[in-house]
Design a protein around this ligand. Structure first.
Ligand code: F6P
Length: 376
């Protein structure tokens, strides 16, 4: 029987994490639930993701207070309004062969008396959760988060809506200065493999050209789309480019060759490169802006607060049902769950045929035809 739940946040922070932690805590420690089970559940927050679970020395009180903290309704009361994660995060991978700490996690879970673990994260964090569950028999459930919205098996991941709103607001701001100076602005947004943020952020903010990782683009073609606009009388333009977008035949652009514990290099620079090339080709005065971590910051939108709440409650439901190895999910308008295996087996990328128009380098202008034509 589950008595003590651990909760952690891993990977890149984003808005909505604190709401999920709050609602895991409030649901698990709800006095009505105690009446149901005859026993009150406890929730312990683990600091800095998997790092906390590796670093903690359960016999040392200083180490325990450094790496874990008990959560209750009063502690988490105001958390849902705050961005980031109060528990902290890291990109630590216990299964990286260089550190090989999977077994240490298991020992610490046992030593801290954690009967179940809620891992809030994206593909990397949840791949660790899956290994702990599948290979090492731990009772783990997941909550999906990533501003990239690229986790399989769910239509929503925490942080996405807030990031989308940031992009829309920032591009709105850029429009006034772009217009005043007749300038072209290239705005680089996040999205390592998936172009959802660029595509939907670009559409919401009315960008003329949107470049996504799922479709390699030609710089000459971007230039000619922009020239046509000027000829039509438009004085300035906005191009939104995903950090993972590639010029045809070339690789992604990286800030450095350093890799993190999951083997990822830091992307960045495509916006600057593209701005230079477009200025050369078109002669339009061009600037670039990298929105970078601003997209992950700020207070959560209403949607992220609500989804954090619904996901947090559902994670406790899974634990009470003893339905481990699963990730809570949002599919076709409902809260549900999928296996962790399904969540991490592939990334949910933009389906170019459905959503992207390569002739315009922008969103498709047909929703019902021809790909979804009904035959009946
Ligand atoms: O969490 C996903 C993400 O925001 C990606 O869009 C981006 O490439 C990456 O994280 C940046 O990571 P870091 O915070 O480690 O620089």
């Amino acid at each position: 029987m589950v008595r003590r739940i651990g909760v952690l946040t891993g990977g890149g922070d984003c808005a909505g994490l604190n709401s999920a932690i709050k609602w895991v805590t409030k649901t698990a420690t709800d006095p009505n639930l105690a009446t149901h089970n005859g026993e009150q559940l406890e929730v312990w927050g683990i600091r800095e993701g998997w790092r906390g679970l590796i670093e903690i020395e359960p016999g040392d009180p200083d180490s325990v207070s450094r790496w874990v903290t008990q959560l209750d309704e009063l502690v988490v009361r105001t958390w849902d309004r705050q961005g980031g994660t109060v528990l902290g995060s890291s990109r630590t991978n216990p299964f990286n062969p260089k550190i090989d700490k999977g077994q240490k996690c298991v020992e610490n879970i046992k030593a801290m008396g954690l009967d179940a673990l809620v891992a809030i994260g994206g593909e990397d964090t949840l791949s660790v959760a899956y290994k702990l569950y599948h290979d090492l028999g731990q009772k783990v459930v997941g909550i999906p988060k990533t501003i990239d919205r690229d986790l399989n098996g769910t239509d929503y991941t925490l942080g996405y809506d807030t990031a989308l709103n940031v992009i829309t607001e920032e591009v709105d701001r850029l429009r006034t200065t772009a217009g005043s100076h007749n300038r072209l602005f290239v705005v680089e947004v996040m999205g390592r493999h998936a172009g959802w943020l660029a595509l939907e952020g670009g559409q919401a903010s009315g960008a003329h050209v949107i470049l996504i990782p799922e479709y390699e683009f030609e710089v000459d073609k971007v230039a000619s789309l922009l020239e046509k606009r000027r000829q039509a009388g438009v004085r300035y333009d906005i191009v939104v480019v995903s950090e993972g977008a590639k010029i045809k035949g070339q690789d992604e652009v990286y800030l450095s060759d350093k890799v993190d514990s999951f083997g990822h290099k830091v992307l960045g620079g495509i916006g600057e490169n593209l701005a230079k090339r477009l200025e050369e080709l078109t002669g339009f005065e061009t600037r670039h802006v990298v929105l970078s971590h601003i997209q992950r910051g700020g207070n959560p939108s209403a949607r992220d607060r609500l989804m954090g709440r619904y996901f947090g409650i559902a994670a406790v439901d899974l634990i009470l049902e003893e339905d481990f190895g699963r990730m809570v999910a949002y599919r076709e308008g409902h809260i549900t769950s999928v296996s962790l295996k399904q969540a991490i087996e592939r990334l949910a990328l933009v389906d170019v045929d459905k959503f992207y128009d390569p002739s315009r380098y922008n969103g498709r202008r047909s929703s019902l035809l021809p790909w979804s034509r009904r035959d009946d």
